[in-house]
Design a protein around this ligand. Structure first.
Ligand SMILES: Nc1ncnc2c1ncn2[C@@H]1O[C@H](COP(=O)(O)OP(=O)(O)OP(=O)(O)O)[C@@H](O)[C@H]1O
Length: 302
């Protein structure tokens, strides 16, 4: 039953409230409730996320405690099946010793408010995976407008334009405001999700599971999150992407086995690796254009 109908069902004497009509009072109350509800749903500015150690798959204790702060990109590496997605899932649900790993996640140093764990809107975490896709039958700009308006942004048009520009800059193939969401390629969809999560979503933590094959400019995507002060955790098998964070977690047998901070020597190696990667991308492009490999190879400068 809505508020106006409830008010109408009350005895007449109780409705005499100095000039308020049932409708205007119900409207006011509804606005008040909505405002409180929206305020309660907004995650406060996050200062830190701590991941307290749990147990490996064999039950042995995990050795590392992790302290993550806004603007930090943490990469997660490890063999297939080692537990990278489990770690992301623990963060996504703000685990409290109630997942197979028994990890606990603290928000600003304390156990999180249960509503941040269980209400979709109030969650602190946005997640982007290789398998995600849009199912709405809307044009890109209409979707972004809906999101901007639901966030009650003052200049929704400007916000939509910024997300669209960032998404197009990240995607290999350009697309426009009028492109239907369902016609975006995998890479374009991922680019739009990343730009939306970075620039429109209030969620302070972003989890990314394998975006490497999506045709997205990954360096640009990560910078967008860092500029917005998000905490980013990125699980990957791609060596260049694995080296792009401030820290790298090595997962083995279900537990964080090592935490590596990139040394200056490693950063230099990473730059050389990036040059190899560009050469390989050039070869790939030449093959796509139908060039013989030896001709493309002769232009390479390692
Ligand atoms: N600490 C743990 N305790 C118990 N089970 C675990 C633990 N860590 C991971 N697992 C389980 O091991 C299985 C494989 O883990 P997960 O899917 O996270 O691996 P992954 O590293 O993401 O693999 P891939 O690279 O193939 O995606 C899952 O069923 C997961 O729930």
């Amino acid at each position: 039953m809505d508020l106006a109908a409830y008010w109408d069902s009350l005895p007449w004497q109780q409705r005499d409230l100095g000039g308020w009509t049932a409708d205007s009072l119900a409207e006011g109350l509804a606005a008040f409730v909505a405002a409180r509800h929206i305020a309660a749903r907004q995650p406060a500015a996050l200062r830190s996320l701590d991941i307290l150690p749990g147990r490996a798959k064999d039950g042995s204790p995990e050795a590392h405690t992790l302290h993550l702060v806004p603007g930090e990109v943490v990469c997660i590496v490890g063999p297939t099946g080692s537990g990278k997605s489990r770690l992301l899932a623990d963060i996504e649900c703000l685990a409290q010793g109630d997942t197979p790993s028994r990890r606990r996640v603290l928000v600003d140093g304390s156990a999180p408010d249960p509503q941040w764990r269980f209400s979709g809107e109030a969650r602190l975490v946005a997640q982007i995976t290789q398998n995600m896709n849009f199912v709405m039958d809307l044009a890109v700009a209409d979707f972004l407008h809906l999101h901007a308006e639901s966030r009650a942004l003052e200049d929704a048009d400007e916000a939509v334009r910024r997300v669209l520009d960032a998404a197009v800059a990240m995607a290999g193939e350009p697309f426009g405001a009028d492109t239907p969401l369902t016609q975006l390629s995998g890479g374009q969809s991922r680019a739009l999700m990343i730009a939306d999560a970075a620039l429109l979503s209030p969620k302070p933590v972003v989890l990314i599971d394998e975006i490497e094959n999506a045709g997205v400019d990954r360096g640009r995507a990560l910078n967008l999150f860092v500029e917005k002060g998000k905490i980013v955790l990125l699980s990957t098998h791609d060596p260049l992407l694995a080296l792009s964070g401030h820290r790298r977690l090595v997962i083995r047998n279900g537990a964080v086995a090592r935490v590596i901070e990139a040394s200056p020597a490693e950063r230099e190696c990473a730059q050389r690796l990036a040059r190899f990667d560009r050469s390989l991308a050039g070869l790939r492009e030449a093959l796509r254009r139908g060039e013989p490999l030896d001709e493309a190879w002769s232009r390479l400068r390692f």
